[in-house]
Ligand binder design. Structure first.
Ligand code: ATP
Ligand code: MG
Length: 298
């Protein structure tokens, strides 16, 4: 374990389904773990794909994040090692879909995950939270527990649709629950170099979001789509494939950025003052054109 663990907590979120959240979370964790960073992947999606993608069989899971969120177990009781050194997973199972309803009447229901993570945060260099494809209570818990948000965006025509709503919700969480929250990285994924559209989408998103968009773009590759079926990150399944190389480079970029968009800066503390740069940029908090398309509040 590194002596200086400070636990960067990063929620991987986008309410759109199938955009590469889990693939990005699993492969970033695997790449960071390979480079010696102690890494935890918290699965907040009842589909349980993060655990499966990291090689953990959901049928063999006893305690899961469901019990942790309901206060019936400590997170330490559900954390499991993966086949990769330094890479641990807190798995979810289908039963967690019930938590969204069971927590409705619970006291401080939005902060269950934050409280659960508190005792172990300093044991890890990185804690990634894989979110479900919704903006419901499980995602709100993830956004309340995180300090950073990483948003995977597909290099496809409707990529920006829904991002306005996501930014609006992030702003609500920031104001009400977690003032330190920043969108530290937007990652363009499933890039198909054969299409002109993909390049146009990347350039469009860079125009909207500037240096919050990561330099590294993840290609669409068959190896990346095959890897979950064998329960391995692509960095293990096909370590020299383009997808594996890209995720390793992305991990390096995220590590160097240290929570700040575009630069290697100071670590973002859970301190509202550290968020000033973001507030200034967010004079229009939703700040991108799809918001007006969707009619979300500006
Ligand atoms: P959900 O919203 O259901 O949780 P998700 O956003 O987590 O989905 P993934 O499960 O990571 O998305 O990816 C969706 C599908 O696309 C999976 O079958 C995955 O293997 C595949 N996939 C993800 N990234 C790539 C890529 N770069 N190239 C090819 N296939 C990919
Ligand atoms: Mg997923």
């Amino acid at each position: 374990m590194n002596g200086d663990c400070m636990g960067r907590i990063i929620a991987v979120t986008n309410q759109k389904g199938g955009v590469g959240k889990t693939t990005t979370a699993v492969n970033l964790c695997a790449s960071l773990a390979d480079s010696g960073q102690k890494t935890l992947l918290v699965d907040m999606d009842p589909q349980g794909n993060a655990a499966t993608g990291a090689g953990i069989d959901p049928r063999a899971v006893g305690t899961s994040m469901y019990q942790v969120l309901l206060g019936a177990a400590e997170i330490a009781d559900c954390i499991q090692p993966t086949g990769i050194e330094n890479f641990h997973v807190a798995p979810a199972r289908l039963e967690m879909s019930g938590a969204e309803i069971e927590l409705v009447t619970a006291f401080s229901r939005e902060l269950k995950l934050r409280h659960a993570l508190a005792p172990i945060t300093d044991d890890y260099d990185y804690i990634f939270i894989d979110c479900p494809p919704s903006l419901g209570l499980l995602t709100v818990n993830a956004l309340s527990a995180a300090v950073e948000i990483l948003v995977p965006v597909q290099c496809e025509y409707y990529a920006l649709e829904g991002l306005g709503q996501l930014l609006h919700n992030v702003e609500m969480v920031r104001q009400g629950l977690n003032p330190a929250l920043v969108i530290s990285a937007i990652v363009m994924v499933m890039y198909d170099a054969r299409t002109r559209l993909a390049a146009e989408v990347v350039s469009d998103v860079r125009q909207h979001f500037g240096d919050r968009v990561c330099r590294v773009v993840i290609p669409r590759t068959v190896r990346l789509s095959e890897a979950p079926s064998v329960g391995q990150p692509v960095t293990v399944y096909a370590p020299n494939s383009r997808g594996a190389v890209a995720y390793r480079e992305l991990a390096r970029e995220i590590h160097e950025r240290d929570g700040q968009p575009g630069t290697a800066g100071a670590r973002v503390a859970r301190d509202p003052a550290s968020n000033e740069h973001w507030e200034q940029e967010q004079a229009d908090p939703a700040g991108i054109s799809p918001v007006s398309r969707e009619g979300a509040p500006t």
